[in-house]
Design a protein around this ligand. Structure first.
Ligand SMILES: O=C[C@H](O)COP(=O)(O)O
Length: 268
């Protein structure tokens, strides 16, 4: 299957790194390397910590950058007595495009379960934000060959109650837990197998048209050196990049590789 309709997306998840001054410096570096003409072939977005978003917004708006930005999490509630939480309306007001939901680090360190992930997906849609829904198996599940079913069930749960129209706009990120921050990257075949299975599941649950529209990213130790081969896989529509997104030139190189892979896919 060629990548005829899906524009590649590279999302830089900064995790809990960079204060707002460092955020400005990084966006400036990305802007230096990623020119307006490059955005015809790839969408690029950064996902800074909450406290950096206003600074990133000011720079993106002021310099009319085509780079988008988003958040790494949101509350399932839109307002109220939820100390420490940040709501969808707040992120929308800051001009966020995307919000990560269900990252394995939140599932692990904040005990987020499938029900909460689903509530956050619905909060994102309610507020005009595009959720980047993460799924991925542990090493133990992979060794027991349960990875496909594990990811399919996580995606089923995350999209519970979501309309076909909303589902078509969702972004899914397949991130095997054993590949995150470890330097141990999945092979293109591993990534393709799971991304294709997720797409088939969405086709069965919604429709072939919805499945064809959904962008499925791979995440886990993506770098400029391995991005090209991962992004060439037919069902891999981009990458959720952690560590390598903290280097502006490296992030831009990954974006350019995605643009090239997308262009090659359309020509097939
Ligand atoms: O959200 C990004 C992923 O967790 C991947 O992180 P990484 O590129 O540092 O392995």
């Amino acid at each position: 299957m060629a990548k005829t309709v899906r524009k590649p997306l590279i999302a830089g998840n900064w995790k809990m790194n960079l204060n707002h001054l460092e955020a400005i410096a990084l966006v400036q570096k990305i802007a230096f390397s990623l020119k307006e003409e490059h955005y015809a072939a790839v969408d690029a977005t950064v996902l800074p910590p909450f406290v950096d978003i206003r600074s990133v917004q000011t720079l993106v708006d002021g310099d009319r950058l085509l780079l988008t930005y988003g958040a790494q999490d949101l509350s399932p509630h839109d307002s109220g007595a939820y100390t420490g939480d940040v709501s969808g309306p707040m992120l929308a007001k800051l001009g966020c495009t995307f919000v990560v939901v269900g990252h394995s680090e939140r599932r692990q360190h904040h005990h987020e379960d499938d029900q909460l992930v689903n509530a956050k997906v619905r909060a994102a849609f309610r507020n005009g934000l595009t959720p980047i829904v993460c799924t991925g198996e542990s090493l133990e599940i992979r060794e027991q060959l349960g990875h496909l079913e594990h990811c399919e069930l996580q995606i089923d749960a995350a999209l519970e109650g979501v309309s076909a129209e909303q589902a078509a706009s969702v972004v899914i990120a397949y991130e095997p837990v054993w590949a995150i921050g470890t330097g141990r990257v999945a092979t293109p075949e591993d990534a393709q197998q799971v991304c294709a299975a997720i797409r088939r599941r969405i086709a069965g649950r919604f429709s072939a048209e919805v499945a064809d529209a959904v962008r499925i990213l791979y995440g886990g130790s993506v770098k400029a050196a391995n991005a090209g081969e991962l992004l060439a896989a037919p069902d891999v529509d981009g990458a959720l990049v952690g560590g390598a997104s903290l280097d502006g030139a490296e992030f831009a190189t990954i974006c350019l590789a995605a643009g090239a892979a997308g262009t090659a896919g359309s020509a097939r």
